[in-house]
Write a protein that binds this ligand. Structure first.
Ligand code: COA
Length: 262
């Protein structure tokens, strides 16, 4: 067994065993070229056959693992565990995070067995872009965000990134933080982006605040996605914030898993 950097010649084999990973298929086919050119894409070979793959992105404050797959006929032999161990040797001294759908029991068991814990539960909702009335606006002063950011991470293109003061300032400069206010009091805040991998998808990677404030932000997002001609909106919300609205389609629950390497 060896784990090595992916080559272009591995592509067909990997996409071959990643066609039907989930009931809906898989997204590896859509991201292979990007992951391959950015680096951090590894394959696992056994008896000269490529039967595993994963991607790691090493950022300043965390490493993100995604796209871990083992050929269905080669599972339960420790290969998934070997890839996670390999990732740790590549990363070193960081926080590692990854996201798993809450009913993907084999994966949850596997990452728990090598020391990952659930950091937070996130619910995915979807909604459609459309014209809406909203009084939400882009935040202009950091002081407006005091006490309203209630998470240590936010989602951007299916990566959960650390949400500290430095990141908040950076997102503010990028005009990606939306707030809803009433009589100068901030009711809610949200962070938006356009998916890196699928530009037709608009995403809200964090939202928190009062119910009215959150609804105001969701209307702002519907409008903005409509202006940008996006086809769909994905909204990621911490599970502790419960949203039951007709215009929101409630999708799966996801576990954000974390392991500290120091
Ligand atoms: C998740 C996934 C990568 C795990 O790969 P894997 O190679 O089967 O993982 P491992 O073999 O290291 O561990 C899986 C189980 O096999 C067991 N196992 C490991 N070696 C074994 C052996 N020699 N004999 C019997 N069982 C063994 C492990 O203890 C573990 O048991 P558990 O499920 O009771 O905890 C694989 O199931 C997969 O590709 N799933 C679809 C894609 C997916 O869900 N990816 C993750 C999304 S985030």
């Amino acid at each position: 067994m060896q784990i090595r950097g992916a080559q272009e010649s591995d592509k067909d084999t990997v996409l071959g065993f990643c066609k039907d990973t989930f009931s809906w298929g898989d997204y590896i086919v859509d991201v292979w070229d990007k992951w391959k050119s950015k680096g951090g894409l590894y394959v696992l070979e056994e008896d000269d056959l490529v039967v595993g793959v994963y991607h790691v992105t090493s950022l300043e404050k965390e490493a993100w693992i995604e796209g871990m797959r083992v050929h269905p006929k080669h599972r339960k032999k420790g290969l998934g565990t070997s890839m996670l161990t390999h990732a740790e040797s590549v990363i070193q001294n960081k926080v590692i995070r990854l996201i798993i759908e809450s009913e993907n029991y084999p994966s949850i068991r596997l990452v728990k067995s090598v020391g990952y814990d659930i950091e937070e539960k996130w619910r995915l909702y979807t909604m459609v872009p459309q014209r809406q009335e909203s009084s939400a606006e882009i935040v202009t002063s950091p002081s407006q965000l005091d006490h309203i950011i209630t998470s240590s991470t936010y989602a951007d293109s299916w990566k959960w990134l650390p949400l500290d003061k430095e990141e908040t300032d950076h997102l503010m400069e990028q005009k990606r933080i939306i707030i809803s206010t009433k009589s100068e009091k901030v009711l809610a805040a949200g962070i938006w982006n356009r998916s890196n991998d699928f530009p037709q998808i608009f995403q809200l990677g964090f939202v928190s605040g009062t119910k009215d404030g959150i609804l105001d932000i969701l209307r702002y997002v519907q409008n903005k996605a409509h202006d940008l001609n996006c086809e769909r909106i994905q909204v990621f919300v911490q599970e502790k914030i419960s949203l039951e609205e007709d215009f929101l389609d409630k999708k799966s629950l996801f576990y954000l898993m974390k392991k500290k390497l120091y």
